[in-house]
Design a protein around this ligand. Structure first.
Ligand code: HAM
Length: 419
């Protein structure tokens, strides 16, 4: 029979890679919980309409990349391509605003986009994200950006670039759109066919096109910052003042846009170094999306958040960044009744909180010690008949090969001391 493989662009996370994943996830939880965030888990399958309404029909994600299908009951579903729309759907569905005025929610989980697979770009990938719901002030934007920067720093990742921009409000957008269309219309022959179409549907996206001709025309496009209405301008100025005061290094990139339509005012990205990430250098993307709660049926609520691509962060992490393995105790089964003695000792020790491996079958001491070695044990306990008669076990230090006899009554404290 031929062997089956996982779907193109999707990957198994193998046991040997897990210590790095755990390190990253532990660090993330620890950091965001320090800022008062609590975890939320939403389903990976959602109504298709959530993303059509939330992210926007004319985005690459919804138009080209979503795994959408009808289930056997005829419901139109999609695998979530990102976490924000789902979190806000849940916020509205469960009336979270009635419980408290501000919700700080974080999540870690798989997302799905049918993009062309490349280094750092997958069809199933993991995001670690955070959403701050209910605060309109620029201090919230600054804290969200700071949290993302702190996280990257806590992982020991250096040489990143923080880029910020403001997309303004609903009032800003029509005038800016018009100016963009005017700029691009005279030069349509230099644009790719997608961008020519985008001029009608969503001209901001031309600024994000990777095709060289489009990039050149986009470089001379008007800056959104010249179109900001007073409220959005003051908001952006205040954000910059706080970032400066905090000493957070950043660049204002006036032609930066994001691939999701829900953003208003502040947007930001953190870029990593291309030597680690190839062309996929964006490790975090985020921003304010003050209209989304209302668009998903809730009452108008300001919101801001971000999400990291976990695989991209992992590509940048050194090998020393891994969750340490806890010490393993191996209990060897020797002599008459050895397996029973070993298994009951193992059960006792596990109940006391030790990580314990057993041989499952009798064998020579030599072969059992080999098993202990393979299991990564630091200590082997040899529960032989003679020692059992004395109420004791032999404790072998695996690295040194030295042994000592320890009374069962002293065993826990002796093992604790060796940790
Ligand atoms: P996004 O920029 O689409 O934003 O994705 C955030 C991050 O997810 C990216 O910076 C990247 O690291 C990672 N990512 C995206 N696509 C892929 C892929 N195909 N393979 C590997 N990694 C990928 C959002 O998703 C927004 N929901 C962020 C947000 C939260 N805005 C406000 N709150």
């Amino acid at each position: 029979m031929n062997r089956l493989k996982c779907v193109k662009g999707m990957h198994d996370v193998l046991p040997q890679d897990m210590p790095k994943w755990h390190f990253l996830e532990d660090s993330y939880r620890e950091l965001v919980e320090r800022y008062g965030y609590v975890e939320i888990r939403t389903p990976v399958l959602e109504p298709l309409e959530l993303f059509v309404r939330g992210i926007g029909e004319d985005t690459d994600i919804v138009e080209k990349e979503m795994y959408a299908f009808d289930d056997k009951g005829g419901a139109r579903l999609a695998l979530r391509p990102e976490g924000t729309a789902s979190v806000i759907r849940s916020f509205v569905q469960h009336n979270m605003h009635a419980l408290q005025p501000v919700s700080k929610l974080y999540y870690i989980g798989p997302m799905f986009r049918r993009e062309r697979p490349a280094k750092g770009r997958y069809r199933q990938f993991y995001q670690a994200g955070a959403e701050l719901i209910g605060v309109a002030d620029p201090a919230a934007d600054a804290e969200i950006i700071d949290m993302a920067v702190q996280f990257v720093g806590a992982l020991g990742i250096e040489n990143v670039k923080v880029q910020v921009n403001s997309l303004g409000d609903r009032e800003t957008r029509p005038a800016y759109r018009k100016a963009l269309v005017e700029h691009f219309t005279g030069r349509t022959e230099e644009l790719c066919s997608d961008c020519v179409r985008r001029l009608d549907t969503n001209p901001l996206r031309v600024l994000d096109c990777k095709v060289e001709g489009c990039r050149q025309v986009a470089a001379g496009a008007p800056s959104v910052l010249d179109f900001l209405a007073e409220g959005a301008r003051e908001h952006f100025d205040e954000l910059r003042r706080i970032l400066d005061r905090n000493g957070t290094p950043y660049d204002v990139v006036p032609r930066m846009v994001r691939g999701l339509n829900y953003y208003t005012r502040t947007i930001f990205e953190i870029q990593g170094e291309s030597k680690d990430l190839g062309a996929q250098s964006t490790i975090v993307g985020g921003g304010r999306y003050d209209n989304l709660v209302e668009e998903l049926g809730g009452k108008s609520t300001p919101t801001i958040g971000f999400a990291f691509g976990i695989e991209r962060l992992l590509l940048m992490l050194g090998d020393s960044a891994r969750r340490e393995r806890r010490d393993v105790v191996f209990v060897a089964a020797i002599g008459e009744g050895g397996l029973d003695r070993a298994s009951s000792l193992a059960r006792d020790l596990r109940r006391s909180g030790f990580d314990v491996e057993v041989p499952y079958a009798m064998g020579s001491l030599r072969s059992q010690l080999k098993k202990a070695d393979r299991a990564g044990a630091t200590v082997a306990l040899i529960a032989g008949e003679d020692e059992a008669g004395r109420g004791a076990v032999t404790l072998r230090h695996m690295k040194q090969g030295s042994q000592e006899e320890v009374l069962l009554t002293d065993l826990r404290s002796r093992l604790e001391a060796l940790k």
